[in-house]
Write a protein of this length. Sequence first.
Lengths: 269, 263
Amino acid sequence: MNRLLLNKIILILSTLSAVIGISFLFWILATLSYKGITSIHWTTFTKDLVEGGIRNLLVGQFTMALMATVVAVPVGMMAGIYLREYGHGSKLASIIRNLSDVMMSAPSIVIGVFVYALLVDPFGGYNGLAGVVALAIMMIPIIISTTDNMLALVPTELREAGMALGGSKHKIILQIVVRAAKVGITTGILLSFARIIGETAPLLFTSANNQFFTMDLTGQFPSLTVSIYNLATYPDTVSRELAWAASFILTAIVLCINLVGRFVIRNKE
Amino acid sequence: MAKNNLVMELKDFSFTYAGAEKSSLKKINLPIEENKITAMIGPSGCGKSTLLRAMNRIHDLYPGNTYEGKINLYKEDGSKQNILELKKENDFIKLRQEVGMIFQKPTPFPMSIFDNVAYGLRLSGMKNKSELQGHVEEALKGAAIWEETKDRLNKSALGLSGGQQQRLCIARAVALKPRVLLFDEPTSALDPISTGAIEELIAEIKSEVSVVIVTHNMQQASRLSDYTAFMYLGDLAEFDKTDKIFLNPKEKLTEDYITGRFG
């Protein structure tokens, strides 16, 4: 009897906790959707920030995130391949793996400060490239870790089978092992992209922000997240509404990328 | 030099894993006859897989192992080569094209059926498309899987059943026309029907390639092989014709093992 009672209590408690957690999430999403959708106009997408739209911000944010991805994916994947396939068991590999794990949990504002000291201060001002570098630094450890873990799931026999057919190590890795881990690695890249597209802190004092449309990465660069931060602190309703609209759009983007990532995984299974 | 009927010969071969104090294999002397099936049996941990994996030096994927003695590989022209002297990656590649290997679990690559079979051929430098197609078809026919796969050559090999995957792996290895094929418990992950198909296949390909097979299944060894090596604790306890080993073994230990008194 005691056992059954305890079972019920635990069941009720855990259900309650789940409901509380999820209801906060829905509260956020509901408020965001309500305020966001009512604040979106056609001109939100066609005009730049200076005229009350977010066109330049979207383009700027994606430009920086995509460029960071272009930098981080090859570096992260190669490092991951080194850790799993070449440096297996070596001291250097275990040091790199640990450092990479530490980097992954490093506060993003610290990365912002670091890049500020490295690429903003010495070059006389905020610039888009510094933003790209900051985002890439955030992304690399995530991709290293995903690649490392996904390659670990590839059975050893597959490597040996490739070798037994007369393959050289690098060919086996590139043509068989990475291909076998392709879905996992792709998903990891998508999820890390979703992570950096919504980052504010690394951009706050690297690329800063720009009200106008620009593709010049040597100057201040438009950013959606930094704009949300700025707009939300302004007293006027127009700015606040734009902040809501931008937040909603950003959330929708991140959600979509996450869904695509999950969809890819599910299809694989 | 007169051409003998050996394809491989192990002489006083010892093997020690990286970091291990004791040798896993001690002074093994074992002849592998051409176009015959040699089975290696013995209880778990006796070193039969270790021995098999030395014969195409797949051990060298992992650093630090030590070999002693000789493993001679006799080439088609009668010349011999001690494969323990190989050092360069290129030489290993050549060795493994001559001494192929099939694993316990089927190991199809994540690509189409055609590309799986063509993989080794492409590695060996074959580029001509029609030549590749010819060889792939021949190999799939040779591995008795052509009928099942000819309409889906461009589909992923991962969609095949376990038994089909294993035959595909054999086709992939046979396509390179190796001198020797090493089988490491090739049917222990398969059902009885697939096992039967694989055994039939192994019996057929021996006209073209010499086979060494490690098995836990003594019936399989007695059904399939011409010669049997019984290994025990890193030693080659007895080696003879399969009939002899199973009907009239010299060693008490061999008799005890094959009659199921231990192991």
